[in-house]
Design a protein around this ligand. Structure first.
Ligand SMILES: Nc1ncnc2c1ncn2[C@@H]1O[C@H](COP(=O)(O)OP(=O)(O)OP(=O)(O)O)[C@@H](O)[C@H]1O
Ligand SMILES: [Mg+2]
Length: 186
């Protein structure tokens, strides 16, 4: 079995607040893995620690065999993150937003354009390419957020509450897209 993420004895304090009280889990390569918990349980905190955005106090985390805290630059190249809160630019179009983000990872103009086009195809928003992000519906916006996280072709995709606030039908269609991304990459 190939463990793509491994978390052992992970703990996090925010000052005196004990936010993550020692958790252990692993994720097998090629799988779709989810963890659930009530508001404030520490889900976002755990994702932020695995994705190198937040330091941790105890434990150890490996992402594709690389240790979080010592090999962060290599880890960041392999992961994509869909954050709980939207943060693309409302005034830019979907394509402009994705192109800006895509250019952070290097490549020629043609390569970036190609990656942006494929990311939009993957989440079925090609027809929204020229619409301002701020004018999209909730579900369309979430798809654009996912496309943004896919532009640099990560091996591992993290999604923090990808469908919260969406109606049941849109929620299902976003999950279908997530599942098809997983199945296409196995
Ligand atoms: N930067 C911070 N500083 C201090 N406390 C924080 C910080 N971020 C989160 N917390 C606290 O840590 C706990 C875990 O928060 P976290 O955001 O990880 O929960 P969550 O499971 O993602 O919740 P939700 O379902 O509401 O998104 C909460 O009690 C929260 O108030
Ligand atoms: Mg959260």
């Amino acid at each position: 079995m190939d463990k793509v993420i491994e978390v052992q004895g992970l703990k996090k304090y925010y000052g005196s607040l004990y936010a993550v009280k020692g958790i252990d889990f692993y994720v097998e390569k090629g799988t779709l893995f989810a963890f659930l918990g009530p508001n404030g349980a520490g889900k976002t905190t755990v994702i932020n620690m695995i994705t190198t955005l937040l330091t941790y106090d105890e434990g150890v985390i490996f992402v594709d065999g690389l240790r979080v805290g010592t090999e962060d630059a290599s880890i960041r190249k392999r992961i994509g993150i869909v954050f709980q809160n939207h943060f693309l630019d409302d005034l830019l179009t979907v394509k402009e937003n994705l192109t800006t983000r895509g250019s952070f990872y290097g490549g020629t103009k043609a390569e970036i354009e190609d990656r942006v086009r494929k990311a939009m195809e993957t989440v079925q928003i090609s027809d929204l390419a020229n619409r301002p992000y701020g004018k999209l519906s909730g579900g369309q916006r979430r798809r654009a957020d996912i496309a943004r996280a896919l532009v640099h072709r990560p091996d591992i995709l993290f999604l923090d509450e990808p469908t919260t606030g969406l109606d049941p039908q849109t929620r299902k269609s976003v999950w279908d897209t997530i599942r098809s991304i997983q199945q296409s990459r196995v």
